[in-house]
Design a protein around this ligand. Structure first.
Ligand code: GTP
Ligand code: MG
Length: 197
């Protein structure tokens, strides 16, 4: 799929205020700093469409971007940011779960996982919650440029093996790098196919 246009639409702290139309949307979620906003920029080919930062906790709202005037990409705040208070964390978590439970336009979610790390409890629990609530998602491994091909393969295999301890089948996964553009075409094709359904 070619990206002809990619524009910011609106930021919200409340799911009920998100765009009120039937445009299909795809959401990026994952821990703070995993690379959600960077991936949106990489996919759209617009360097600073979504705001990124080396410091976790950059994205604080639900951000809608409209692509080719016919689908939305949604950038969400990260979960598991250690530096905020427990109350703030709870509020945040609520905000994210609300989005997934209530947003009918959400066609598919992409759960981002830093390819360098061992499976983390917080991500496994989040995916478990997605499964329990029948929210469809794929896994997107990020920052692949930080590892050599052998290590990528090893980490992906080990991640899938961990998932298979609790999941009957593993969700589909993508390997990406926002620095090199790895995985861009594959992700865009996947979204394109869903848009045509
Ligand atoms: P929050 O909005 O805080 O939840 O973070 P985020 O998940 O949106 O992460 P963001 O895109 O802001 O990126 C966090 C940091 O990781 C930035 O310093 C990015 O430059 C870096 N980063 C993101 N993707 C990649 C990647 O594919 N490769 C490398 N090397 N760095 C990346
Ligand atoms: Mg962000």
């Amino acid at each position: 799929m070619q990206i002809k246009t990619a524009e910011f639409v609106v930021s919200n702290s409340d799911v009920s205020k998100c765009p009120n139309n039937t445009i299909p949307e795809y959401a990026f979620i994952g821990r703070s700093n995993v690379g959600k906003s960077s991936l949106i920029n990489m996919i759209t080919g617009r360097k600073s469409l979504a705001k990124t930062s080396g410091r976790p906790g950059k994205t604080q709202l639900i951000n809608h971007f409209i692509i080719n005037n016919n689908w939305h990409l949604v950038d969400l705040p990260g979960y598991g940011y250690a530096k905020v208070s427990k109350t703030a964390k709870k509020k945040f978590q609520q905000f994210i779960t609300d989005y997934f439970l209530r947003r009918e336009q959400m066609v598919w979610a992409f759960v981002l996982i830093d390819i360098r790390h061992e499976p983390q409890k917080i991500d496994l629990e989040f995916m478990q919650w997605m499964g329990e609530n029948a929210i469809p998602f794929s896994i997107v491994f990020t920052k692949a440029d930080k590892l050599k091909p052998k290590a990528i393969e090893r980490n992906v295999n080990s991640y899938i093996t961990t998932l298979l301890e609790t999941w009957e089948t593993a969700p589909k996964h993508f390997v990406t790098s926002s620095s090199s553009g790895t995985g861009r075409e594959e992700l865009l094709e996947y979204i394109d196919k869903m848009n045509q359904k």
